[in-house]
Ligand binder design. Sequence first.
Ligand code: 5GP
Ligand code: ZN
Length: 111
Amino acid sequence: MSDCIFCKIVAGEIPSRKVYEDGELIAFHDVNPAAPVHFMIVPKEHIDSLEDCHARHEMLLGRILLLAPVLAKEQGLNDGFKTVINTGKGGGQIVFHLHVHVIGGGKLLHV
Ligand code: 5GP
Ligand code: ZN
């Protein structure tokens, strides 16, 4: 998607503070962090939101969730962390490229 900000980050056209990268995933710090540690795990494939995931994305979604605790520990979140997926306008989604927030290291709103 040419006008998608996260696709531009994936392509290296917009700089980001990268946490992790492999062939199908990238993780980078949020520019507007909600806590001392706040990064996002993002599939390189453009998928608008969780609502647009299908059976073929099962492995990708599983990989994202399994990566979250590994990266959280690497970022010093030894006491736990919060994962958030905002889906659609009603879910507060702003960037319509699927991503999982990983947040921690401070006082978090309980959801
Ligand atoms: P959403 O509400 O869609 O789940 O959250 C999108 C997140 O992306 C927001 O927390 C926002 O701060 C972050 N964000 C928006 N633009 C950029 C950007 O250009 N770079 C980075 N690193 N994060 C961004
Ligand atoms: Zn995109």
